[in-house]
Design a protein around this ligand. Structure first.
Ligand SMILES: NC(=O)c1ccc[n+]([C@@H]2O[C@H](COP(=O)([O-])OP(=O)(O)OC[C@H]3O[C@@H](n4cnc5c(N)ncnc54)[C@H](O)[C@@H]3O)[C@@H](O)[C@H]2O)c1
Ligand SMILES: [Zn+2]
Length: 341
């Protein structure tokens, strides 16, 4: 159904019943395959293992969610790969949500100074965001503080797998799909507005992936344009940490705040429309009981790490992101609009 290519190296396949076909790029010198997965994706990893059974394949089940994203887990993974005799021409496959593809990608980027990785994202967030673009890493105190850029040679997105996701995981991913629509695909926004959570994934996934691919292709190492993918993530990240909200929910709230700020600073005329689209996906547009001080503390801490200052992605219009320095007053107004005073 869909085949997208990032640069020369990364092939993204999007289709139904994809895992019954060839999973790995054809190569005659591959002897071993190491599959990394997580508890919720084991049934899909089994299909992958069966699909590559022509070579020596073994699998390792990582701890669930972000508990997988530690250097201790990475070390265990290196030792396991060394024990099984994985060599330079062998392949790692990450089967799972973003936490798995982040760890599998990082291990692949660094083991023997870099070997092939293939991703099979099994969450919607993984499919439209985490598995695309070659960012890999683990957490160290703050999120994703250690990592590297390493493109998968292939990403296989099986829409049948995504259709069967529990509603909460679908909603999480829809927040990132909506973000993609807002920064780069007005037609996708119209589709999400008319269908809400019942949206047709064979429309949503290729379009959202295409937005990310287009941005990454122009700015692989995040010198400028790639920052637009952080739409909703500045305030969103601070709310995620402070309120312990799921990432997708926090991004939704962050986009709501950014919309309000954009209305004020760059004349964004669709802030109300954006709020409706968020609500239509069953995602929140405000927080309850979150205090302003701790949110500002996280924002300032993030800012210290990023010499560009308190810069935020705003929208001039749907599909027209800009990155701007934003004053403390504007941030306060944005926070107030999502119930943080
Ligand atoms: N590298 C990047 O560019 C990038 C971008 C965005 C997010 N991320 C990272 O992605 C991670 C979040 O990823 P995520 O939300 O995909 O989730 P996740 O890997 O944390 O998994 C979420 C849950 O879904 C379960 N699960 C996975 N597949 C399933 C399936 N098919 N059916 C039922 N349950 C299933 C898992 O077991 C887990 O409990 C974060 O660590 C984030 O930092 C990375
Ligand atoms: Zn995100």
């Amino acid at each position: 159904m869909g085949r997208l290519v990032i640069g020369e190296q990364s092939e993204i396949l999007i289709d139904r019943d994809l895992l019954r076909g060839a999973i790995l790029p054809a190569r005659s010198d591959r002897r071993k395959v190491a599959v990394f997965t997580q508890p919720g994706a084991r049934h899909i990893a089994e299909m992958v293992v069966e699909g590559v059974a022509s070579v020596d394949v073994q699998q390792m089940i990582l701890p669930d969610r972000d508990t997988a994203k530690t250097l201790a887990v990475v070390q265990t993974a290196y030792e396991w790969l060394a024990d099984m005799g994985m060599g330079r021409r062998d392949t790692i496959v990450g089967v799972g949500g973003g936490s798995v593809t982040d760890v599998a990608g990082f291990v692949a980027a660094t083991y023997l100074r870099g070997i092939e990785v293939v991703h099979v994202p099994t969450t919607l967030l993984g499919a439209v965001d985490a598995s695309i673009g070659g960012k890999t890493g683990v957490n160290l105190g703050g999120k994703n503080l250690v990592g590297s850029f390493h493109h998968p040679t292939r990403v296989l997105i099986d829409l049948d797998v995504l259709d069967r996701l529990p509603i909460e995981l679908k909603r999480e991913g829809m927040a990132e799909a909506l973000k993609a629509a807002l920064i780069g695909d007005p037609a996708l926004l119209v589709h999400l507005e008319s269908t809400g959570l019942g949206a047709d994934l064979s429309v949503v996934v290729p379009r959202a992936v295409a937005v990310k691919v287009a941005v990454v292709d122009q700015d692989f190492r995040e010198t400028g344009l790639r920052a637009t993918l952080n739409y909703g993530h500045t305030i969103g990240h601070a709310v995620e940490i402070t309120a312990g909200m799921p990432h997708g929910h926090a991004v939704a709230v962050g986009m709501a705040a950014a919309g309000r700020i954009a209305e004020e600073l760059v004349g964004f005329a669709n802030a109300g429309r954006q709020l409706k689209a968020i609500v239509g996906l069953g995602l929140p547009i405000a927080t309850e009981g979150v205090e302003r001080r701790p949110v500002l503390d996280v924002l300032t801490r993030d800012k210290k790490r990023d010499a560009s200052g308190m810069r935020m992605v705003l929208l001039r219009a749907i599909g027209e992101p800009v990155v701007l320095s934003v004053s403390g007053e504007a941030i306060d107004a944005g926070l107030a609009s999502i119930g943080i005073t």
